[in-house]
Write a new protein. Structure first.
Length: 101
């Protein structure tokens, strides 16, 4: 969401880490994963710089919908993000259970 909000900015892993209060080495891994998933683009410099640039309109629209939900449901989404992994997996799986009511 940070890079999406500031689309024109090229971000280093250190800068993103500082803004999000997370470790730079973990941030680098996440940024590379987002590049691999087509959400970000990186240059060939050392260290690399990253920019929000979805590879397709469909992907961009999905992220736009996510941003909308995040803005409207900040607390529930934040709780889901920061919950224990096992809890998140269970909650996601429960969303697909068929209910009789």
């Amino acid at each position: 969401m940070l890079l999406r909000t500031h689309r024109a900015v090229e971000w280093s892993a250190d800068t993103v880490a500082a803004r999000l209060y997370i470790k730079a080495d973990e941030t680098l891994l996440w940024l590379e994963r987002l590049c691999g998933n087509g959400l970000l683009n990186s240059n060939c410099e050392s260290p690399p710089l990253y920019r929000y640039q979805p590879r397709s309109m469909e992907l961009e629209q999905t992220v736009d919908r996510l941003a909308d939900v995040y803005a409207k449901q900040l607390v529930p989404v934040t709780n889901l993000i920061h919950s224990k992994p096992r809890t998140r997996v269970r909650e996601f799986a429960d969303a697909f259970k068929l209910r009789q009511d």
